[in-house]
Design a protein around this ligand. Sequence first.
Ligand SMILES: [Zn+2]
Length: 176
Amino acid sequence: MRCEVCGRKIHGAPIHAVIEGAKLMVCAECAKHGKIITEEETELGQRQPKKLLAPASFTQKKKPAQAKVEITQEVVNDYPVKIRQAREKLGLTHEELGKRINEKASVLSKIETGKMEPDNVLAAKLEHALKIKLLVPVKDEAAPTMLRLPSRETTLGDLIELNKKNAEEPTERKQS
Ligand SMILES: [Zn+2]
């Protein structure tokens, strides 16, 4: 057995090594210049796919179900009127109400004129101080406003009648 690099006779077992990308049988001296491959190493390399079992735990999706339970609330559209009427009913000035809920009188003034919409925290404080309802669930408020938008002249019944006529007309034309 001769070394594939230097051509010298190999004494004892030849060494498998990768030198410059080539897998060669070399002597101990030449093996120093390359990467020695042992039988153990090649075996381990082939068995690595076993590790694929580990990522299975990641497939268990954690759904944020808890977070969705939280009801999103928004301030009612007529909050300026509601707040002003409730405040006047209690005989409070902006300053007096402001002191109760730890807010500036100017802020309350802006809210009552509709220039500023109170956030949910402030709205909750006003609800408590004035004993009124300002916060409503978002989905409950959104749907009815859409239905109220059409003018009084056109009722839902009219719209259904119109749809019927539009649907019938083309068929009548085809028959005649
Ligand atoms: Zn050699």
